[in-house]
Design a protein around this ligand. Structure first.
Ligand SMILES: Cc1cc2nc3c(=O)[nH]c(=O)nc-3n(C[C@H](O)[C@H](O)[C@H](O)COP(=O)(O)OP(=O)(O)OC[C@H]3O[C@@H](n4cnc5c(N)ncnc54)[C@H](O)[C@@H]3O)c2cc1C
Ligand code: FES
Length: 270
């Protein structure tokens, strides 16, 4: 019998992929999470530590799902450090998803923000022409380049890595490369997930060209299901009304790219 979305299911880590020195993908079995839409997330209970929201990473194995976690503070470090055979609790999926368009598509991601974009890539039509811009600070933080090429093997595609220090791929910011691409061609849709300052610029650039754009945003999440209010983002809830919002709405939300709430609910500048 399939589990209920809101009940916690304990799953075992079956495989761990070392993506970079600070990023790992943890693979486990769960039929529901294996089929989420891009932009949806799960709440992940790390026993004795905390519960964190995580985008659900795609795997190429039936009924298996994954989380790609960056080692950061105490909770993500605990998740990152789990070994094969250890257990976590999962509930969800929660939230909405990207609107899948067809044609010439531009995906712009940074860090673990690439997770929903990888899932989105698996759902695109073979006839779509896809450009993915992957941002990282430096060479050793680059991951998913080969995966993106594998997923889109049958598409006309460009997978462009952009590092801030120029140690791999193009040098600079993904948004600089995006600005150049938008001057060279017309895209049917732009999708973005990553640091909010980056997404703010992506939405601005696409909107200037009147191109359809959606961004998946992060806010502090506790319940993940629209009850506690900790993820409020202007007049909406990131967990329930998002995580995906369209550019037209985002440019009217005064918090987008400017402020977010801390764990105690205080509004803080980015
Ligand atoms: C929808 C969504 C999807 C996410 N997907 C991923 C992912 O695929 N991979 C990944 O590595 N991280 C993801 N995150 C971020 C992740 O949930 C944690 O915020 C991050 O791992 C840092 O947690 P920490 O407790 O280790 O850090 P801490 O040092 O305790 O906190 C550092 C910062 O992380 C953020 N944070 C901490 N706890 C939460 C929380 N409960 N909800 C939201 N933000 C929080 C806050 O901005 C905080 O200031 C996602 C967040 C959201 C909201
Ligand atoms: S996390 Fe509780 S309302 Fe969104």
């Amino acid at each position: 019998m399939q589990r209920n979305t809101d009940s916690i299911k304990v799953v075992k880590i079956e495989r761990v992929i070392e993506e970079t020195p600070t990023v790992r993908t943890l693979i486990f079995s769960d039929e529901l999470l294996a089929r989420v839409m891009p932009g949806q997330f799960a709440m992940v209970w790390i026993p004795g530590v905390n519960e964190l929201p995580m985008s659900v990473m795609v795997t190429r194995e039936k009924d298996k799902a994954a989380f790609t976690v960056r080692k950061h503070g105490p909770s993500s470090t605990a998740l990152f450090s789990l070994k094969v055979g250890e257990e976590i609790g999962v509930r969800g999926p929660y939230g909405n998803s990207f609107t899948i368009k067809q044609g010439k598509l531009l995906l712009v991601g940074g860090g673990t923000g690439l997770v929903p974009l990888m899932r989105l890539s698996t759902l695109l039509e073979k006839s779509d022409e896809v450009t993915i811009l992957m941002g990282a600070k430096t060479r050793e933080e680059v991951f998913f380049e080969k995966l993106a090429n594998d997923i889109l093997a049958q598409n006309k595609r460009k997978v462009v890595v952009v590092t801030e220090d120029g140690t791999y791929g193009e040098r600079g910011l993904v948004t600089d490369v995006m600005a150049r691409l938008l001057n060279e061609s017309i895209f049917d849709a732009v999708y973005t997930c990553g640091p909010e300052k980056m997404m703010y610029r992506v939405v601005q650039l696409a909107s200037e060209k009147k191109t359809f754009v959606e961004a998946s945003i992060e806010r502090m999440m506790k319940c993940g299901m629209g009850l506690c209010g900790s993820c409020c983002f202007g007049d909406v809830l990131a967990c329930k009304d998002g995580t995906v919002f369209n550019g037209q709405y985002l440019l009217t939300n005064k918090e987008f790219g400017q402020t977010h709430r801390t764990k105690s609910g205080i509004l803080e500048n980015y």
